[in-house]
Design a protein around this ligand. Structure first.
Ligand SMILES: C[S@@+](CC[C@H](N)C(=O)[O-])C[C@H]1O[C@@H](n2cnc3c(N)ncnc32)[C@H](O)[C@@H]1O
Length: 258
């Protein structure tokens, strides 16, 4: 049975918002991170390390979008990656992440307060950009997932444009998400992007999606991504999963309006 990925929770904090719309509010995240030490959205690194390792090496320059209080960067560091930049919109997340990483001696990791919709980096700076659950936040008010609101699409496309811009010509964007391929691939496959789009899944019972977008590798014949629709998993949820915050998040992102 799956358990929430919250190994060191602050027991006095109740981080669940009254509405998922709170996930769009930077104040929500500041308040939450003031009280909560560590929470891994979806799953921790051990569950998808094998998938990441195919794309990240110790020499990679890595950008993580929306680090929150996840320890993904710590785990990458332990695997030998040194040029890591984490960003988050939440000042509290940035301050606390900086403090945690310095206390561990991981001083090469940079942590910046920045908006993923307007990335403050030069073109072609990174080998790999990673996000886990951060772009999913943009979908909480998307309405019908088959036809998301134009405002949602605009924010997602601003993020994707920025990611595509800061990736090196052969760079890779890794997006770890609840969002199912039939909702995410039409956005990843927009014609202005030169990347190919594939995905794998991980997790027991409920599957999470691990999207891999390889810049400069888009198939030229028909412009379609190389993801295989037959890989869409048959989702089977255990009762315990229905009670986790992850499920609340997913319900409102992908099933709202269906
Ligand atoms: C669902 S949490 C995921 C946190 C972390 N990636 C993890 O796996 O546990 C979303 C995070 O994205 C941050 N965030 C939301 N909107 C953002 C934006 N526009 N730019 C940067 N960070 C953002 C929030 O502050 C929060 O830390």
């Amino acid at each position: 049975m799956e358990q929430p990925q919250n190994p060191e929770p602050n027991k006095s904090a109740d981080p669940l918002p009254s509405s998922v719309l709170a996930y769009l509010d930077p104040h929500y995240w500041d308040d939450r991170f003031s009280a909560e030490e560590h929470y891994e959205w979806f799953k921790d690194y051990s569950h998808f390390r094998h998938l990441i390792q195919a794309h990240v090496s110790p020499n990679s320059t890595v950008l993580e979008l929306g680090c929150g209080n996840s320890q993904l960067s710590d785990e990458l560091y332990k695997d030998g990656v040194r040029d890591i930049t984490c960003i988050d919109l939440s000042k509290v997340a940035v301050e606390r992440t900086q403090k945690r990483l310095l206390s561990k001696g991981y001083k090469e990791i940079k942590v910046l307060e920045a908006d993923m919709l307007d990335l403050p980096f030069d073109d072609e700076r990174f080998d790999v950009v990673i996000e886990k659950g951060t772009m999913d936040v943009l979908f909480v008010d998307s309405g019908d997932p088959w036809k998301p609101n134009p405002a949602t699409v605009e924010k997602v496309m601003a993020t994707l444009h920025g990611v595509h811009r800061v990736l090196k010509p052969d760079g890779v964007f890794i997006s770890i998400s609840f969002g199912q391929p039939h909702f995410r691939c039409p956005l990843f496959d927009a014609p202005q992007f030169s990347w190919s789009a594939e995905y794998s899944t991980f997790g027991d019972g409920f599957h999470y999606f691990f999207y891999i977008l390889k810049k400069g590798k888009r198939p030229s014949s028909d412009g379609k991504a190389s993801g295989d629709a037959n890989k869409v998993p048959c989702i089977s949820l255990y009762h315990e999963e229905l009670e986790t915050e992850d499920f609340l998040f997913r319900t409102n992102i992908d099933e709202m309006g269906t």
